[in-house]
Design a protein around this ligand. Structure first.
Ligand code: PLP
Length: 432
C-alpha cells in the first residue's frame, strides 16, 4: 500500500517509509491510499470472533500487502495480549474499557503495535538504528516507552511538559532507563509537539540520526486503533444492541477518533460519532463555525486532551475532502469544563457504581447529553481512573491502585530538563 501526504506536495511512500519517517517531508500526515471495505460476511459473523481474530482481519486490510501474513498475525496477537471489554453503565450506555493493557491507557494498542512493526522492519530489511521522538500529554509516553523498552536498534526520547502530567503518568516513562530517555520540557504539550515536528524538518539532525515519531501522526500508531471499534461493535452485536450505535471518543489530538472514522469507511455499521472535548474545544468550535482556529492549550484535569492544535484534524479534513457539511453529518461535538467533569465522575460513581477517569467522564457525559431515542451509546474509557488518583480521590474517596501501576511507582525518576527552545533541543540530540 502506498501512503500519500495530506499536504500533497511529496511523492507517495511505502509503509516502511511512512512508519520510519513518521511525518511527510511537506509536513503533511500520511494517509493510506486506499481504505478497503471489509466483506459483509465478516460483519455477519463478527460476534463469533475473538478480539485478536477481528483485529487480524482489519490489520490485513491495512498492512496485508506489506507484511507477510504470519508476521502480521504475530504482531497483532502480541500487541493485543489484553482484553477490551464492553461494560454496561446505565440505560443504553456502555463503556469500552481500553485500560487493561500494561500502562493502563488505550495508547498501549498503538504503542505496542508500532514498536513491533518497526522491530519487524529493522530485522527484515536491515533498517539502521532508529530514534523515536514522542511528545506526550501524559499517556502516549508511557505506552510508547513501554512498548519499545529493550528493543534492539531503537532509542526512544519522550518529551513531556514539566509539571503538567500526573505523578503516576510521569513515573511510567521516567523510571525505565535502558533505551528510554525522558526529556522534561519547560512548556506545554504543544511546545513538546512543536519540538518533535521541528526536529523532523531539520536537515542537520536528520543527517546526524535516523528519526521517527511515535505520536498519532505515525500511521503505525493510529491505524491499529481501529481494531477496537470493530470489537466494540462485535460485543454490541452479541448483546443484540448493535442497531443505531453511536461511539463517543474523548479527544485531544484526534488520532483515536480518526481511527474510528476509518473503521466506518471500512464498512463498520456505526451510525455516528461524538467527539468530546475538555475546555480545549478547537474541534467543537470548528463544528459550530466551520473555522479551524488552533490556540494555545489550557490545562485541565483531563490532561491527555489538553491539545490546542490537534494534529489529526488534517486527516479528518482529508477523509471528508474538506467538507464541513459532511464532517458535521457524521460527527457531533461537546465540550466540558473541569467542574462538569468532576460532577460527572461523582454522579456516575454514586448513582451507577461506575468509576470514570476524567477523560472517560467527558465521553460519558457527551453520550448522556446527546443520545437520542433508539440509539445505543458507547464511550471510550481511555485510561484507568487510578492514573489520575489525585483528581479522582477527592471526588469519590480512596481508590485501589492496580498492582501494575504500583510497580511503576517504585522506580527512581530519571529525566533531563530542557527549555522549549528548539536550538537547545537540537544541540542535545546532536550530542547524543
Ligand atoms: C491520548 C488520550 C486521549 C486523547 O486521544 P487522541 O487520540 O489524542 O484524541 C484521551 N484520553 C486519554 C486517557 C489519553 O491518554
Amino acid at each position: 500500500m502506498q501512503y500519500y501526504s495530506t499536504n500533497g506536495q511529496t511523492p507517495e511512500v511505502s509503509l516502511q517509509e511512512a512508519v520510519v519517517k513518521g511525518l511527510a517531508a511537506d509536513k503533511g500526515l500520511f494517509m493510506p491510499k486506499q481504505i478497503k471495505r471489509l466483506p459483509d460476511s465478516f460483519f455477519n459473523n463478527i460476534q463469533n470472533l475473538s478480539f485478536q481474530e477481528i483485529a487480524f482481519e482489519v490489520a490485513k486490510a491495512f498492512f496485508g500487502e506489506d507484511v507477510e501474513e504470519e508476521a502480521l498475525k504475530q504482531i497483532v496477537y502480541d500487541t493485543l495480549s489484553f482484553d477490551v471489554p464492553l461494560v454496561h453503565v446505565n440505560d443504553n450506555i456502555y463503556s469500552l474499557e481500553l485500560f487493561h493493557g500494561p500502562t493502563l491507557a488505550f495508547k498501549d494498542v498503538g504503542g505496542r503495535f508500532m514498536s513491533r512493526l518497526l522491530g519487524y522492519f529493522i530485522r527484515k530489511q536491515g533498517q539502521k538504528q532508529v530514534n523515536v521522538l514522542v511528545a506526550t500529554s501524559g499517556d502516549t509516553g508511557s505506552a510508547v516507552a513501554n512498548g519499545f523498552l529493550g528493543v534492539d536498534g531503537i532509542h526512544v526520547y519522550v518529551l513531556y511538559p514539566k509539571g503538567k502530567v500526573s505523578k503516576i503518568q510521569e513515573c511510567q516513562f521516567t523510571t525505565l532507563g535502558q533505551n528510554i530517555t525522558a526529556l522534561e520540557i519547560d512548556g506545554v504539550f504543544d511546545d513538546c509537539q512543536a519540538l518533535v515536528k521541528s526536529a523532523f524538518m531539520d536537515a542537520d539532525l536528520n543527517k546526524h540520526m535516523n528519526l521517527t515519531s511515535a505520536n498519532s501522526i505515525n500511521v503505525a500508531r493510529f491505524l491499529p486503533q481501529a481494531f477496537y471499534y470493530f470489537y466494540a461493535y462485535a460485543q454490541l452485536k452479541k448483546l443484540g444492541k448493535e442497531k443505531n450505535a453511536v461511539i463517543c471518543v474523548p479527544s485531544g489530538n484526534f488520532g483515536n477518533i480518526t481511527a474510528g472514522l476509518f473503521g466506518k469507511r471500512m464498512g463498520l455499521p456505526i451510525s455516528r460519532f461524538i467527539a468530546a472535548n475538555n475546555r480545549n474545544d478547537i474541534f467543537y468550535q470548528y463544528l459550530l463555525t466551520g473555522e479551524y482556529n488552533p490556540r494555545p492549550s489550557v490545562q485541565t484535569i483531563a490532561n491527555a486532551m489538553d491539545v490546542g492544535a490537534p494534529s489529526n484534524f488534517a486527516r479528518i479534513l482529508d477523509l471528508y475532502k474538506n467538507s464541513h457539511k459532511d464532517i458535521c453529518a457524521e460527527i457531533s461535538g461537546c465540550t466540558y469544563n473541569d467542574d462538569q467533569i468532576r460532577a460527572t465522575i461523582k454522579h456516575v460513581f454514586d448513582t451507577h457504581k461506575y468509576l470514570l477517569d476524567p477523560h472517560g467522564a467527558v465521553g460519558y457525559q457527551a453520550v448522556a447529553d446527546n443520545l437520542k431515542e433508539g440509539e445505543v451509546g458507547v464511550f471510550l474509557e481511555t485510561a484507568h481512573p487510578a492514573k489520575f488518583k489525585d483528581t479522582v480521590e477527592p471526588i469519590v474517596g480512596p481508590i485501589e491502585i492496580p498492582a501494575k501501576l504500583q510497580a511503576f511507582m517504585r522506580g527512581e525518576k530519571k529525566s533531563i530538563e530542557l527549555s522549549k527552545d528548539f536550538e537547545t533541543f537540537k544541540q542535545f540530540l546532536l550530542n547524543e
